[in-house]
Design a protein around this ligand. Structure first.
Ligand code: ATP
Length: 238
C-alpha cells in the first residue's frame, strides 16, 4: 500500500542555512503522525515545505503517489493538504463565519460548505455561538479552534497542524488534543507538529523526534512516550 504522504531525504535551506537536513518519514491514511522537538529543529520548515510555501533543496515528496515538490501552494490545497499554521494566521477583522468561508475558497458547492461550517460549530460549539464576532477578539484557544475549523473547510485528506497548543492553558490544550483525537476517530489523517511532546505522543500512532534539522528517533507514540531519552529531553524527567 502506498502511504498517503511519503517524504524522502527532504532538505530545505534558507540561503546558506540548511534548516532541514535530509529527513524521511511517511503518513498512512487514517494515522496521526507527530513531529516533536525543540525550537528551531525544523518542524515548521517541514510543514511549510509540504504546503508548497518553501521549495525543497533536495529530496522527494509524494502525496498519494504523486510528486509534490514542484507543485504550487494553491494546487497542493486542491490536492487535499490543509495547513493550520503556527500563530494561526486568521483574518482578525473578519468574523468567525467569514474566516471559515475563506477556508473553502476553492469550493463552490454552497450546500456542502454550509454543512462543513455547521460541522465546525458542532466540533467547537463556542465558534457557533460567536459566529458574528471578529476573530481578532477571540481568546487564544478560540482562535486555535477557528484555525483548525478553517483548515478543515477544504475537506483535506491530510490536515497539518503546527503547534496547536502554543500559548494555551493546560485545560485548553487538553480540549484541542481531544478534538484532534475526535477528528482521527472520524477518519481524518493528521500530521501534528508540537513542542508539547507529552500531549502529542499520547495520541499519535507514529512520532519522530527532530533535532537541528534531522530525525534522531522514530517510533510509535507509546514507544516514544516511554523512551528514556525522550522522557529526559522532552518530558522534563530526570
Ligand atoms: P519552532 O518550534 O521554534 O517554530 P521549528 O522546529 O518549527 O521550531 P523552524 O521554524 O522550522 O523550527 O526553524 C528551523 C531553522 O531554520 C531555525 O534555525 C530557524 O532559525 C531557521 N529559519 C526559519 N525560518 C527562517 C527564515 N525565514 N530565514 C532564515 N532562517 C530561518
Amino acid at each position: 500500500m502506498t502511504a498517503l504522504l511519503q517524504v524522502e531525504d527532504l532538505r530545505v535551506s534558507y540561503g546558506k542555512i540548511e534548516a532541514v537536513k535530509g529527513i524521511s518519514f511517511s503518513v498512512e491514511a487514517g494515522q496521526v503522525v507527530t513531529l516533536i522537538g525543540t525550537n528551531g529543529a525544523g518542524k515548521t520548515t517541514t510543514l511549510r515545505t509540504l504546503s508548497g510555501l518553501l521549495k525543497p533543496s533536495g529530496g522527494k515528496i509524494f502525496f498519494e503517489g504523486k510528486p509534490l515538490a514542484e507543485v504550487p501552494a494553491h494546487k497542493i490545497v486542491a490536492m487535499g493538504i490543509a495547513h493550520s499554521p503556527e500563530g494561526r494566521r486568521l483574518f482578525p477583522r473578519l468574523t468567525i463565519e467569514e474566516n471559515l468561508q475563506l477556508g473553502a475558497y476553492l469550493r463552490d458547492d454552497k450546500d456542502g460548505i454550509q454543512q462543513d461550517i455547521q460541522r465546525a460549530y458542532d466540533l467547537f460549539p463556542i465558534l457557533g455561538e460567536r459566529r458574528k464576532q471578529a476573530s481578532g477578539t477571540l481568546s487564544g484557544g478560540e482562535q486555535q479552534m477557528l484555525a483548525m475549523g478553517r483548515a478543515l473547510m477544504s475537506r483535506p485528506k491530510l490536515l497539518m497542524l503546527d503547534e496547536p497548543s502554543m500559548g494555551l492553558s493546560p485545560i485548553m490544550t487538553q480540549k484541542i488534543m481531544a478534538t484532534i483525537a475526535e477528528l482521527k476517530s472520524q477518519g481524518t489523517t493528521i500530521l501534528l507538529v508540537e513542542q508539547n511532546a507529552q500531549a502529542a505522543l499520547s495520541l499519535a500512532d507514529q512520532g519522530h523526534v527532530m533535532e537541528v534539522g534531522k530525525i534522531v528517533l522514530s517510533g510509535t507514540g507509546q514507544d516514544l512516550l516511554h523512551d528514556d531519552e525522550v522522557r529526559k529531553a522532552y518530558l522534563g524527567e530526570d
